[in-house]
Design a protein around this ligand. Structure first.
Ligand code: COA
Length: 715
């Protein structure tokens, strides 16, 4: 019997067969067997058929392809739920009279795991990972996950699993009691055998019939967990709601718990936070699709890599490549610097072993793939080179002239730069088509974002290969065109400009940072400048004065910090003071320096600057630059900008990125605020002139999302 109901696409979504008393349901809904309405319906009809068939004694549910179901179909979340909903389906499976066994492989996530927990037995193939990652979408597992998981593994473990959304390896899940068996191969056969066994035992183990192990519940644990999460996941609603839901599982019968879970899940699903996080989920994946680069563009085979420069950035990049099991040749000019870099890499991997994140054998294997070298000549046979030398055009050009002759013709030559013109670097080579920018963020082995910068002559295959490599090394890649600061730093420039204008107006660094942090930014702009180094931002400004407004007030507070040697955390003083090197404290001296400069420049000190003004000035400046980058073609889509800012600049995921946020408050409101700001603060340097695209969209009642849809042509 095949299922491809009226509304189904023409592909087969579920295959049903009966063999020796066991009905086997195999879901086939590529790429990740998402539990769409048609799949849910097909499962319900299959189980109904199995229940009605006297020849069927038990049921097995499995999936084809790379994974057991990775969850509900997220694309359906914006529309009303169609019957059967997943909670209803799961209750139906659990309450059946014949044993249902789930045969798991791949990444059994979200609704996929919730479905499996409603089955009466779960067997997984070695290597399977299971988890409930809904918090990353601003949700709780709403199809029984918050009620069934604690019943299987206890309250404490459930809090950890659901609030982190972590992918749990099968062996660990077995130990926790989440799985009943893990097998080396042929999971389907193992599931069929288990089904026969359950039939023989004549007993159905329903998760919902169990109680949460009371030993896993301690006094005050729920409020404690919420307090920790309020800090660790500041501003996010879903982790808090997840803890509440797990508490219901401990305190109420399952029917009541399921009802409460349902209602909470529906509220979250309709919330802006969840919409924002769902937007980012798809935005990250869309960012990999470049409209003029067909999906079938041949990719270069990357088996070996080289990194030039063993400083913090180079070592961090090398770690990323090693962690993806790629061999790395690390090149430096001096033995001492090379040794330092190699040692830094080793220490980082050792630390991961110490923290239980990495097996010592894996560390050893990775270090065995690392070679240090003192000459670029050693890069002759590598497939992908990342140059992470000093940020100087002259230095980089010299390196690329050499790489051009040393490296094999098919090698990709990437430069890690945050500001320099990739086209200028490419121009010194005979093959600019293989030159590309890879802007990693420090520390490179930790930060998720990778801005891939496409030069005018970069070949399509080189772009596609670099984006793919970015994913392979665990980054979130986003494509940028060539332009000062690319996407992220160009926008940062406007955001920081406005934050420093606020300092001149009389706001303190603490007030500016507090307002933006309370709103959701991971770190306020003044603290960011202190962390990055006031000298670093000064140098960038200084080298690019011709690209920046000729405004005597432009980033004066930062310039003063630099001139005074208050370089930030590294010197113990900047906009703040750092008595222990890390923790910021207000510093009247810094405030005094800024106010003296403001007075000299004739900027009136305003007594009261509201937090709302801080938010509007900084965030609207950010959004305006984003719109300009779209108009200039530096960013392809507004959703790419959202990816850049959420993955690399601490923009709160629950606000979806600057452009999603702009859409959420309304573009006309933003344009209007510009008019008001121009009136209040003047507009000599065009700071409050809205970008033409922003005006166009606002006037036609459109959003940045509409703009993306119009632009779309992704393959
Ligand atoms: N619903 C709808 N589409 C989904 C999906 C889901 N639950 N999970 C993945 N997809 C889509 C992706 O959008 C992508 O589509 P695209 O090829 O058109 O861009 C495709 O499936 C492949 O996903 P991708 O993430 O690129 O593959 P991967 O191999 O890197 O990762 C997963 C696979 C399953 C680990 C990852 O997709 C994932 O985490 N999915 C979400 C799981 C989840 O949150 N489930 C709970 C839902 S409430």
């Amino acid at each position: 019997m095949k299922w491809a109901g009226e509304d189904c696409r023409m592909s087969v979504l579920l295959e049903y067969s009966v063999d020796n008393g066991i009905a086997v349901l195999v879901i086939d809904n590529p790429p990740v067997n998402a539990l769409s309405q048609q799949v849910r319906q097909a499962i319900r009809e299959s189980i109904t058929a199995a229940e009605a068939d006297d020849g069927v004694k038990a049921v097995v549910i499995a999936c084809t392809g790379r994974t057991f179901s990775a969850g509900a179909d997220i694309r359906e979340f914006d529309a009303p739920v169609k019957d059967p909903s997943l909670p209803i389906l799961n209750d139906f499976i659990e309450s059946g009279t014949k044993p249902v066994v789930a045969a798991l492989h791949g990444t059994t996530l979200g609704g996929g795991l919730e479905l499996a927990m409603s089955c009466h037995y779960r067997v997984a193939l070695t290597g399977t990972r299971v988890g409930l990652p809904e918090v990353h979408l601003g949700l709780i597992p709403g199809a029984g996950g918050t009620q069934r998981l604690p019943r299987l593994i206890g309250a404490e473990a459930a809090i950890e699993a659901i609030t982190t959304g972590r992918h749990i390896p099968a062996d660990e899940a077995l130990g926790m009691g989440l799985l009943d068996d893990v097998v080396e191969d042929d999971v389907l056969q193992a599931a069929v055998s288990a089904a026969h066994r359950l039939v023989g035992e004549g007993h159905l183990s329903r998760t919902g019939d169990r109680d949460v192990n009371p030993e896993s519940v301690q006094d005050g644990m729920f409020s404690k967990a919420k307090a920790v999460l309020a800090k660790r996941r500041r501003g996010f609603d879903a982790p808090q709601a997840a803890v509440d839901a797990i508490e219901w599982a401990c305190a109420t019968p399952i029917t009541e718990g399921l009802q409460k879970e349902r209602s909470c899940s529906n509220t979250l699903k309709a919330s802006l936070q969840s919409k924002a996080q769902r937007h980012l989920f798809f935005a990250e994946r869309l960012a990999l699709k470049i409209p003029d680069i067909p999906k079938d563009t041949p990719l270069l085979d990357i088996a070996t890599t080289g990194v030039i420069g063993a400083g913090t950035m180079g070592a961090g990049i090398a770690i990323c490549l090693l962690n993806a099991d790629l061999p790395v040749v690390l090149v430096e000019t001096k033995q001492e610097a090379l040794d330092r870099g190699l040692e830094r890499i080793k220490k980082t991997l050792d630390r991961d072993v110490g923290r239980g994140r990495l097996a010592s054998e894996t560390r050893d294997a990775r270090l065995a793939r690392l070679t240090g070298a003192l000459s670029l000549e050693t890069l002759g046979s590598v497939d992908f080179v990342v140059e992470a030398a000093f940020e100087s055009m002259q230095v980089k050009k010299q390196i690329f002239v050499e790489l051009d002759t040393i490296c094999k013709a098919t090698a990709v030559l990437a430069t890690n730069t945050s500001t320099l013109d990739i086209n200028d670097i490419a121009a010194v080579t005979k093959s600019p088509d293989r030159v590309i920018g890879t802007h990693f963020f420090s520390p490179a082995n930790v930060m998720k974002l990778l801005e891939v910068v496409r030069g005018t002559k970069t070949a399509k295959g080189v772009v596609a290969t670099t984006m793919k490599l970015g994913r392979r090394i665990g980054k979130v890649p986003a494509l940028s065109g060539v332009g000062y600061g690319f996407i992220g730093n160009r926008m940062l420039e406007d955001y920081v400009r406005e934050s420093q204008m606020l300092l001149l107006d009389g706001a303190s660094p603490a007030q500016v940072d507090r307002a933006l942090e309370a709103w959701g930014m991971a770190m306020g702009p003044c603290a960011v400048m202190d962390l990055a180094g006031q000298d670093v931002s000064f140098l960038t400004r200084d080298q690019n004065r011709d690209l920046l407004p000729n405004d005597p007030l432009y980033c004066v507070p930062g310039d003063i910090m630099n001139a005074e040697g208050r370089l930030g955390q590294k010197t113990g003083k900047g906009f703040y003071q750092y008595p222990d090197g890390r923790t910021r404290q207000n510093d009247p001296e810094a405030i005094g320096l800024v106010s003296a400069a403001a007075e000299k420049l004739g900027v009136a000190n305003r007594d009261k600057i509201s937090d709302q003004e801080i938010l509007d000035r900084c965030l609207h400046a950010l959004i305006n630059r984003g719109a300009q980058l779209l108009d200039d073609g530096i960013a392809l889509r507004s959703s790419d900008i959202d990816v850049v800012w959420s993955a690399g600049y601490g923009f709160p995921a629950y606000r979806g990125g600057p452009m999603f946020y702009a859409d959420s408050i309304g573009l006309d409101a933003i344009v209007q605020s510009f008019e008001e700001m121009a009136k209040t603060f003047g507009n000599e340097y065009g700071y409050w002139t809205p970008a033409p695209l922003l005006v166009k969209l606002a006037t036609s009642g459109q959003t940045f999302a509409d703009y993306d849809t119009d632009q779309r042509g992704d393959t």
